[in-house]
Design a protein. Structure first.
Length: 216
């Protein structure tokens, strides 16, 4: 049952446009069989929602039931399709499963399943290993664990530093602004709480501690 549901969610997320007429045809057949048009009426909004949210549902499912593995993108190529005025990329990857198998997978920018859910598409670079969860019995379906992979960790560090630096620029522009001073202190405290013990960021940690002490 788990394998069948994983395969279904993979199909719905990877082929959302193709899934739309398939779902409507199935709903239409059921509506005709049961002599009740409500089946087709109810399916229409669900099929539309799947186009936009299918990969999110697949990501949540895989994060719940998936087994951990490692993957790497071996080929990345730009397609002629666009998403938000940017070209969609096609990725070929190899997943190394917990039992030692190597599984080849294909996904696109707009169909990639990522966890945690966020309003951003963070795809690892080619040849850079990353952590995934895959569906037991159907390892072609994967979710990228962005916060546990090197590319996601590096981007999270960069975003955290940027918040501190933005607050610092505001205070530098207007040193007498008490609100800017409080914001900067808060951002420093947050960064030091979340990243101050990171061995790879000790240079920044020492600098931010000194700047926080100077605000007292």
């Amino acid at each position: 049952m788990t394998t069948a549901l994983s395969a279904l969610l993979w199909f719905l997320s990877q082929h959302a446009l193709l899934a739309f007429p398939v779902l409507m045809a199935l709903a239409g057949a059921v509506a005709w069989w049961r002599r009740n048009p409500l089946y087709a009426i109810a399916m229409f909004p669900l099929a539309v929602l799947n186009i936009f949210l299918g990969q999110f549902a697949n990501a949540a499912w895989l994060n719940w039931i998936g087994e951990r593995g490692e993957a790497v993108i071996v080929k990345a190529e730009e397609t002629s399709s666009t998403l938000n005025d940017r070209y969609i990329w096609r990725y070929e990857a190899v997943v190394h499963t917990a039992d030692g198998r190597d599984v080849e997978v294909v996904f696109h920018t707009d169909t990639a399943s990522l966890w945690p859910l966020e309003n951003a598409i963070r795809i690892p670079a080619q040849d850079q290993p990353f952590v995934v969860k895959y569906a037991p019995g159907f390892p072609r379906s994967i979710v990228i664990l962005t916060n546990e992979s090197p590319h996601g960790i590096a981007q999270a560090r960069a975003r955290a530093r940027e918040r501190v630096e933005v607050a610092a620029r505001k205070l530098h522009f207007s040193p007498g602004n008490a609100g800017f001073r409080a914001d900067y202190r808060r951002e420093l405290d947050t960064w030091l709480r979340d990243h101050g013990d990171d061995p790879q960021q000790q240079a920044d940690a020492q600098r931010y501690r000194a700047e926080r002490d100077a605000l007292r």
